[in-house]
Design a protein around this ligand. Structure first.
Ligand code: GLC
Length: 478
């Protein structure tokens, strides 16, 4: 244990404990990958949400409790521990803050994550783990870093902790009224300038100012957020702190997402033996009440139904696209008008379109394995994992060239592993989709493209190296 590099991840979700999106997968699989290298002791802190399944929760052991100051109160704070895949997880318990349905969207989220941030500083002495790098993910974890730099760093053992902040999505920044600075967040007026932005408290901005280095989840997104089109108001702050910024492409958990071993798929396969993929396709068509047509390509989307996922492009041209020999499958939940649009589309084309308005990880793997083309035309995409997962299951990605989509999918041609289009334009997307549908008819070429997609290495083994280099640099400056 002695010489291992000590890293503490702070995040609001991590697989397998609690997940609402890609953040959870990244925290769960990156920590596991670093530990597997053998030279890391990575620990992760999460809130103890009521939504964590009892079978997981029953494995936690109670460590102790203390109180932490939040607003004008001292709040109870309990700590639990559990080990998973070699990673030590800590859970912060306070039923008033976390025994609720759902993770976010409560009226007092600012206070809840102030409590969480503060509790992390109190956890370190309790478990005697003072990391070399405190690595906070997204705004919900920003206060741990801000408290370290504004309060705790005056204490000996905290002083040398280096900090990394990762932006998974710049859209969500944690903005609160400035009135809350002292009484709620407990930040001294002296530090107002660190967290204030455009007349508000902006926790993401505070973390960017306070951290030693900050990262985004793809190199292209790191560039994009210097531009107002992508930055949701923070571009000036990003540009000012550009010297601390680095983009590292996410990986996927390639053990979990493996068509050769996945228990959810109808037939297992790999790039050398692709024929069982046809079984997956047939079963998917049956299950979704689509016409069973082995030679009709299935174009699939698995997505949150949110505008920045490029759904306006899809709604604009999907009827036109359906004039071609193709089927369309969409799985996801989100904004009501999109839910209605796709439910209506399926009602109008019952044998050609299936819309499942749900969040269903098992069905998602059946779609990844059974479909032919995976559509992801996002307007912006910090990284995106679905295009990598689809590729691993031999479903060819068709993406817009933005963020991590641009960094992971290269256009069909010499070295291409998918299809891409550049402009946020529905007809450009349709044009490339038609190219894909045409290539699908050329069985040999399509087979080669599937193999190219499946053998692209999206595992963390590549991406974790970026974090390793970053941590090494920070640790060596001590
Ligand atoms: C966010 C981003 C997504 C990224 C994920 C993990 O959900 O929107 O693009 O893949 O975080 O970093």
């Amino acid at each position: 244990m002695k010489n291992k590099k000590k890293i503490l991840f702070v995040a609001s979700e991590a697989t397998p404990f609690i997940a609402t999106g890609g953040l959870a997968e990244v925290v769960g699989s990156l920590s596991k990958t670093l530990v597997r290298r053998g030279d890391y002791d990575v620990r992760v802190v999460l809130p103890l949400y009521a939504d964590i399944k009892p079978e997981l929760r029953s494995q936690f052991t109670f460590l102790g409790n203390t109180t932490v100051p939040v607003a004008w109160r001292n709040q109870y704070c309990g700590f639990f521990r559990c080990e998973h895949d070699g990673v030590t997880y800590y859970f912060v318990d306070n039923e008033y803050y976390f025994k609720r349905k759902g993770l976010y969207g409560h009226f007092d989220d600012g206070e809840r994550f102030a409590f969480f941030g503060r509790s992390i500083m109190e956890l370190l002495p309790m478990v005697d783990f003072f990391p070399e790098v405190l690595h906070c993910h997204d705004w919900q974890a920003a206060l741990a870093l801000i408290y370290l730099k504004t309060i705790y760093c005056r204490t000996e053992k905290y002083r040398d902790i280096k900090t990394v902040f990762t932006i998974h999505n710049i859209e969500y920044q944690g903005k609160y009224s400035l009135d809350n600075l002292q009484w709620l967040f407990g930040i001294d007026a002296y530090y107002q300038g660190l967290v204030e932005y455009n007349g508000c408290i902006n926790l993401m901005k505070g973390a960017i100012e306070c951290c030693d280095r900050f990262t985004t989840v793809s190199p292209t997104y790191a560039d994009e957020i210097k531009n107002p089109y992508f930055a949701h108001g923070l571009d000036a702050i990003i540009r000012r702190n550009e010297g601390k910024l680095i983009g590292i492409l996410n990986g996927i958990d390639s053990d979990y997402y493996n068509p050769a071993t996945d228990k959810a798929v109808y037939a297992v396969y790999d790039e050398k033996n692709l024929s069982p993929k046809a079984v997956c396709k047939e079963q998917l068509q049956r299950m979704l009440n689509l016409q069973v047509r082995p030679n009709t390509p299935i174009v699939a989307m698995i997505t949150r139904l949110a505008a920045h996922k490029g759904l306006d492009l899809v709604t604009a041209v999907i009827d036109k696209a359906l004039e071609n020999d193709m089927q369309f499958v969409i799985l996801g939940t989100g904004e009501g008008h999109y839910e209605h649009f796709f439910a209506d589309l399926a009602a109008r084309h019952p044998q050609q379109v299936a819309a499942v308005i749900a969040f269903n990880p098992e069905l998602s793997r059946q779609i990844y394995s059974g479909a032919d083309v995976f559509l992801m035309p996002s307007q912006s995409e910090p990284c995106g994992l679905a295009q990598m997962i689809a590729s691993r299951y031999g479903t060819v990605a068709l993406v817009r060239e933005t963020g991590g989509l641009k960094d992971s999918i290269k256009p069909y041609g010499a070295d291409g592993n998918g299809f891409t289009f550049a402009n946020y334009n529905a007809n450009d997307m349709l044009y490339v989709l038609k190219q894909a549908l045409e290539l699908y008819r050329d069985k040999a070429a399509w087979h080669t493209l599937i193999q190219k997609a499946m053998t692209t290495d999206f595992s963390w083994n590549v991406s974790a190296e970026g974090y390793n280099t970053l941590y090494n640099e920070l640790i060596s400056t001590n």
